[in-house]
Ligand binder design. Structure first.
Ligand SMILES: [Zn+2]
Length: 93
């Protein structure tokens, strides 16, 4: 049953892809004998219409100081000494 569904889905996918391909070919290669026919063609009307302009209004950013960074000297304290790691010193001669 699932194998049959897969083949049906695969067939539908191929049909959709071929329709898209043929539509793209037909749209890009069609032509008209005179201007009157192209005025009535929906593909040509859409192709030659003006592109919509994007209109948006956005708030302009306001740059303003909200604080002052005050640096402090940081002195890290070493917590491990060499002897804490288990390293022994050189043998005394
Ligand atoms: Zn046309």
């Amino acid at each position: 049953m699932q194998e049959r569904m897969r083949s049906v889905v695969r067939l539908l996918a191929w049909i959709c892809l071929s329709l898209m391909l043929w539509t793209a070919v037909a749209e890009s290669t069609h032509n008209h004998l005179n201007q009157a026919e192209s005025a009535a063609c929906s593909i040509c009307v859409v192709a030659h219409s003006t592109a919509p302009t994007a209109s948006c209004s956005y708030a302009r950013p306001i740059f303003e100081a909200i604080g002052l960074l005050q640096e402090k000297a940081v002195i890290a304290k070493a917590r491990l000494s060499v002897f804490d790691l288990g390293i022994r010193g050189p043998p005394a001669v």
